[in-house]
Design a protein around this ligand. Structure first.
Ligand SMILES: N[C@@H](CCC(=O)N[C@@H](CS)C(=O)NCC(=O)O)C(=O)O
Length: 202
């Protein structure tokens, strides 16, 4: 099996970190997204929307979407669990994972794409939208600050996929100058904790 990815992009980092937590080694194929290598006919056969990461299994099955790739690895190697084990845990982690993805990571991505014009060869950047997305992402940090005042990790007292998504988003947010505020002490405590995990270097 192999994973098509771009080393510097935030979604592939989520997959690498997830696999590092599980101690799973996979071969990686680098794709140059800046030049649009991900949009080729060949890559679109693997993922119709032309985005990475993509997991390609030995039988040729291709699985795109970070969450779907992680779900696959969680099923074939449940230990250590990063997506919960009981029905309540699974649902709670899924809830946080989805909210972090939509209300935080996606907003940072939109801020990046619409304010920098990085992908202007394939989309029309709308700077005003980018600015608003950045504001939305900063607002979500306040939600995380409150949440982390009541639990050690985002989805509860265990490190989960939701922490991986939030950490990769937080680090990527620096590119567009969105940072934690000095008074967000719970967020800072969490950030230092999760950043110090060996998997954060993956
Ligand atoms: N929802 C997808 C998002 C994938 C995505 O946006 N990947 C970015 C890199 S982080 C990409 O392929 N960008 C290239 C492009 O948009 O042309 C996931 O969770 O994997």
């Amino acid at each position: 099996m192999k994973i098509y990815e771009t080393r510097t992009a935030p979604n592939p980092r989520r997959v690498r970190m997830f696999l590092a937590e599980k101690g799973i080694d996979v071969d990686y194929v680098q794709v140059d997204i800046q030049s649009g290598e991900n949009l080729s006919k060949e890559m679109r056969k693997k993922n119709p929307i032309g985005k990475i990461p993509i997991l390609e299994l030995d039988d040729g099955t291709c699985i795109a979407e970070t969450d779907a790739i992680c779900t696959y690895f969680e099923s074939i190697q449940p230990e250590p669990p990063l997506m919960g084990t009981s029905p309540i845990e699974k649902a709670t982690i899924s809830m946080w994972q989805r909210q972090v993805e939509f209300a935080f990571m996606l907003q940072i991505g939109m801020c990046f794409q619409h304010s920098t014009g990085y992908f202007k060869d394939r989309m029309v950047p709308v700077p005003e939208y980018g600015k608003q997305a950045g504001i939305n992402a900063a607002k979500y940090m306040s939600i995380l600050e409150r949440r982390l005042g009541e639990s050690e990790f985002i989805a509860g007292d265990q490190f989960t996929i939701a922490d991986i998504t939030a950490l990769c988003s937080m680090d990527f947010a620096r590119v567009v100058n969105i940072r934690m505020k000095d008074e967000q002490v719970n967020l800072q405590r969490w950030y230092e904790n999760v950043s110090s995990r060996a998997s954060a270097k993956a």
